[in-house]
Design a protein around this ligand. Structure first.
Ligand code: NAD
Length: 508
């Protein structure tokens, strides 16, 4: 990529304007591929959160925004989609230099998914049942009854660093589709594209509808999550922080959706087509250097084909080219930070100590021209058992645990033996067997002979401690609305209101 963008200074985006933090402080955003500072971003504090929430509150009071006709709202959502396409090159560049995602993935997948998401939401809005009329009841007396779906108010979105602009869009699109306003707190490693998104979206929505506050999770995130002016929280991040968010939300009983971690089981059956299943399983775990919540990190392989599968996995993993994510030839980029690198390497050491066999990788590597970056080889552990730490905890790096099994009943138990339930997968030529196993898997998405295939019209979210609620799909709109039942009496005469006798034993 050759595009050159001024990435040196990013204030916050509040009420349709770029604003410095109240403290005047900034923090550095580093390129994970080189370690270079690529931007200085405003370091927000509680006062900045107050301003952003107030702006969102005022914007929500704007009847024109809140009560916009579905067709007009669909036009706004389509206009956002066009803004994304018009600014695609800049968004892709900023995303790659801050998150370390490869330009091949971000430019072919993320940006298109985002543009399509807003269009998808536009089409949902046109048909959404904003008002439903209930049948006239024979008892206790005739009445007109409606169910109205109304926006919730000010939504707070707290997002992670792994796919920052796509995950922010999963929250922005349904929130705006339903007439809410939003304050987003992106992860501090990757705030650039969320800020840019807010700027381009504000070209087509009133000021205050979208706001971004930047700063540390412990200060800005916590304060936002507990803020009395916030009506809903949509959080994506670790299960550990998700628990904190639930506690903070409880203070004012906020509507809360959580998209959390995973340790997803990938089940290879004996009859699987290995020509597809081997690269498919590696795609499932090594895409974005394993920093995806739905990665298939536990690969279950039958005893009978275990050695052959391991050999093929290693042969295929060797083909993956690590490098600068801005290079179109790169398959795997860096991990996001020094801290994340240390966490991953420490899990690799734990795996060795636990008695797993390191079949491939396991090392940090230096890439020419990217000496300040954090690159880890695709890593394959074999002889892993499901009770080892590397099979139980989310590593969020390029580390695959290959686990043996003998029977289908056993592998279903092993697959479900985790606190998580985000994704799962089955590889087989027998589709009936696949559906039977799918029924028994406790996960929010199950892929049969594939991985990572998310659709904007299908819900995504977790069972168990992988979360509450769903993003994308029609279902996600419900998470940004509240229901109001409206009753209009059709009985004007008091004497005919027999139900008043429940209270008045002697009517006048
Ligand atoms: P994280 O939980 O550390 O941080 C997520 C966000 O929360 C960041 O913006 C952070 O600043 C903020 N935060 C941190 N502490 C906070 C606190 N006490 N109060 C309020 N906000 C706080 O997660 P991460 O390291 O950024 O991302 C990786 C995690 O995200 C992994 O566990 C991954 O599985 C998960 N994830 C889940 C999904 C999904 O859709 N289920 C998608 C992507 C990532």
């Amino acid at each position: 990529m050759t595009v050159k963008v001024d990435v040196k200074s990013f204030p916050m985006f509040i009420n349709g304007q770029w604003v410095a933090s109240q403290s005047g402080e900034t923090f550095d955003v580093l390129n994970p591929a080189t370690g270079d500072v690529v931007a200085k971003v405003a370091k927000g504090n509680e006062a900045d959160v107050d301003n952003a929430v107030e702006a969102a509150k005022q914007a929500f009071e704007n009847q024109e925004w809140r009560e916009m006709k579905p067709k007009d709202r669909a036009n706004v959502l389509n206009a956002i989609s066009h803004q994304i396409v018009a600014h695609a090159e800049e968004l892709v560049y900023l995303e790659v230099i801050s998150s370390g995602g490869t330009v091949r993935r971000v430019s072919s997948n993320d940006i298109l998914q985002m543009a399509d998401l807003f269009q998808q939401m536009a089409s949902f809005v046109v048909d959404y049942p904003f008002s439903e009329t209930l049948p006239v009841p024979p008892f206790p007396g005739p009445s007109h009854n409606f169910v109205w779906r109304e926006p919730i108010g000010v939504c707070a979105a707290i997002t992670p660093w792994n796919m920052p602009m796509l995950i922010a869009s999963w929250k922005i699109a349904p929130a705006l589709a339903m007439g809410n306003t939003i304050v987003i707190k992106p992860a501090s490693y990757t705030p650039l594209t969320t800020l840019k998104l807010a700027e381009i979206i504000s070209n087509v929505v009133p000021p205050g509808v979208i706001n971004v506050v930047t700063g540390p999770g412990k200060e800005v995130g916590e304060y936002l999550a507990g803020h009395p002016g916030v009506d809903k929280i949509a959080f994506t991040g670790s299960t550990e922080v998700g628990r904190e968010i639930m506690k903070l939300a409880s203070a004012t009983i906020k509507n809360t959706t959580l998209e959390l971690g995973g340790k997803s089981p990938n089940i290879l059956l004996e009859d699987a087509d290995l020509e597809v299943a081997i690269p498919g399983s590696l795609f499932g775990v090594f895409l974005h250097s394993g920093q995806l919540c739905e990665s298939g990190t536990r690969l279950f392989v039958p005893d009978t084909i275990y050695e052959d599968v391991v050999k093929a996995l290693v042969e295929n993993a060797k083909k993956l080219k690590l490098g600068n994510p801005l290079d179109q030839e790169t398959d795997m980029g860096p991990v996001v930070s020094e801290k994340q690198r240390d966490t991953i390497l420490s899990y690799i050491e734990t795996g060795k100590k636990e008695g797993a066999t390191l079949a491939y990788g396991g090392n940090e590597v230096t890439i020419e021209g990217c000496e300040g970056g954090h690159f880890i080889e695709p890593t394959i552990f074999t002889d892993v058992t499901n009770d080892m730490k590397i099979a139980r905890e989310e590593i969020f790096g390029p580390v695959l645990s290959v686990i043996r099994y003998s029977t289908v009943e056993e592998v279903i138990d092993l697959a479900n033996d985790t606190i998580y339930g985000l994704a799962a997968g089955v590889w087989t030529r027998d589709v009936n067997k696949a559906y039977d196993i799918t029924r028994k898997l406790k996960a929010g998405v199950v892929w049969i002979n594939d991985w990572h295939m998310l659709r904007n019209d299908a819900p995504f979210g977790g069972y168990k401690q992988s979360g509450i609620g769903r993003e994308m799909g029609k279902h996600s709109l419900d998470a940004y609305t509240q229901l109001k039942h409206v009753h209009t009496s059709m009985v004007p005469q008091v004497e005919k209101r027999s139900w008043y006798q429940i209270l008045f034993s002697q009517p006048e």
